[in-house]
Design a protein around this ligand. Structure first.
Ligand SMILES: [Fe+2]
Ligand SMILES: [Fe+2]
Length: 456
């Protein structure tokens, strides 16, 4: 086993380099975040077979300082410098690599220096990775398996780097803290070895079911747990699996929890605030706020009943569930209708977007005791009668509950877009005005008018 020294004050890079060099080259790195510590290790000649340093550490030219120290000590240990912000970047004695997340380049250079062959490296590669939403990984207090991130995409082949190791002893960075950090960087999904998918998703669903059962939890936790449940259901259905008992159980518990939580948070403002604090994803956020809005409409419309509310809650939970992997893979995506214009989508993803209403409608048909007609409302939720594509003209012959759904969704979308502007009260009336323009037919008007009394 080779040893080395990594000098870096960037915790994420430390994880990436240390875990991957260990996995691919069996190189164990001593990580220091302070240049003086690095110099002390060099003084003891304990740096091992290789030194890797960022070109700037704590805003100092670490390359120059370390190189001068090595020369003073007549130490010819190979030295890799990452980044070009050093006065010694051009010095021949140093291997200088660009500052990016190209972990494979760092691995290759280290392999060259350590004399590890490509064949030896290939034998250690893990083949196939499966995307898992970060919110699902958040329910674990310890990593359920090794966790990876996608670091680059060369043509159709992606490269993955390990960021969290199962059974890692370093307690300083717990699994939860690391996941939080990646989320802070805007990452919405991470990867696990494909063969472990079922194990991990099943473990996650056990944990989530337990949380949903625990009535002591406060509403913030319940909102979070039902989001995790929502992701688990999306994973099962997205992987093309039949609606199993597990999916039924977890969906029912989530819908129940969402309904009860909405009763505890009777105003829209605090609900939104909580979801934003939880960093909830768009799909879950628009589903739960949509349930809130549609319940309000049904309560205020002459023909509304509790049964209608229940049906719409069910519809909201499932209507976009097939979009979940697409939203996770493209964190910059915001709204459904903008999705087709997004340039990074693959043909397969575009196909799923166009057909997501039809796919969800077919999936819920196999759900035991699926509320009568829920599949048709899901099919029509973008205003087309066959569940394919998006309409621009909202017709009268759509079913009344599908109209409530269309309006509730539009309200939520506008609310999210406009939230930062203006006072809450004027915000609601502005959105209502916009909806009247978007849905001019009179059968929609009555439904829109119910929104005037929303409590923000
Ligand atoms: Fe939607
Ligand atoms: Fe949709």
């Amino acid at each position: 086993m080779a040893q080395g020294l990594l000098v870096s004050d960037h915790p994420l890079l430390n994880d990436l380099y240390a875990l991957n060099l260990k996995a691919y080259l069996d190189l164990s790195l001593t990580v220091v975040t302070d240049i003086d510590d690095a110099l002390n290790i060099i003084d003891l000649d304990a740096q091992g077979d290789i030194i890797i340093s960022l070109s700037q550490v704590e805003e100092k030219d670490s390359g120059k300082i370390i190189l001068e120290h090595l020369e003073k000590k007549d130490n010819d240990c190979p030295f890799i410098l990452i980044g070009e912000n050093s006065a010694v970047s051009d010095v021949k004695r140093i291997v200088n690599l660009p500052a990016n997340l190209n972990i494979s380049l760092v691995i290759r250079k280290c392999a060259e220096i350590l004399g590890v062959t490509a064949k030896e490296m290939a034998s250690k590669k893990v083949n196939d990775f499966y995307p898992i939403p970060i919110s699902m990984l958040e329910c674990f207090s310890e990593a359920p398996c090794d966790i990876y991130t996608k670091v680059s995409k060369v043509r159709e082949t992606s490269q993955f780097a390990k960021i969290i190791q199962e059974d890692e002893e370093n307690q300083e960075y717990s699994h939860k803290k690391r996941i939080e950090k990646y989320r802070g960087l805007g990452i919405k999904q991470l990867y696990i070895p494909s063969g472990l998918r079922l194990k991990v998703v099943n473990l996650a669903s056990e944990i989530v079911l337990k949380t949903l059962d625990d009535s002591k939890n406060d509403h913030a936790e319940m909102l979070k747990a039902s989001e995790q449940g929502f992701e688990i259901v999306a994973d099962f259905l997205g992987a093309g699996e039949k609606v199993s008992e597990e999916v039924v159980e977890i969906s029912r518990k989530c819908m129940e929890t969402m309904k009860n939580t909405l009763k505890k948070v009777p105003r829209l403002g605090p609900l939104l605030k909580q979801l934003v604090e939880n960093k909830s994803g768009y799909l879950y956020l628009h589903a739960i706020v949509g349930i809130y809005i549609s319940r309000h409409i049904i309560k205020n419309i002459s023909w509304g009943s509790e049964e209608h509310s229940e049906k719409l809650s069910f519809v909201f939970f499932f209507h976009d569930i097939f979009l979940s992997p697409i939203f996770a893979a493209h964190p910059d995506l915001k709204y459904e209708e903008d999705m087709l214009l997004h340039s990074d989508l693959s043909e397969d993803e575009k196909e799923t977007i166009l057909n997501h209403a039809r796919l969800a409608s077919e999936a819920v048909k196999t759900f035991p005791r699926c509320p009568l007609g829920a599949d048709t409302i899901i099919l029509q939720h973008h205003g087309t009668s066959n569940g394919v594509g998006f309409t621009i003209e909202y017709k009268d012959d759509t079913s009344p509950l599908a109209k409530v759904l269309l309006i509730s969704e539009s309200f939520v979308e506008e609310l999210i877009k406009e939230r930062s502007n203006g006072m809450a009260k004027t915000l609601v009336s502005e959105i209502v005005n916009k909806l009247h323009l978007k849905f001019p037919n009179h059968t929609y008007k009555k439904i829109i008018n119910c929104l005037d009394t929303i409590a923000f």
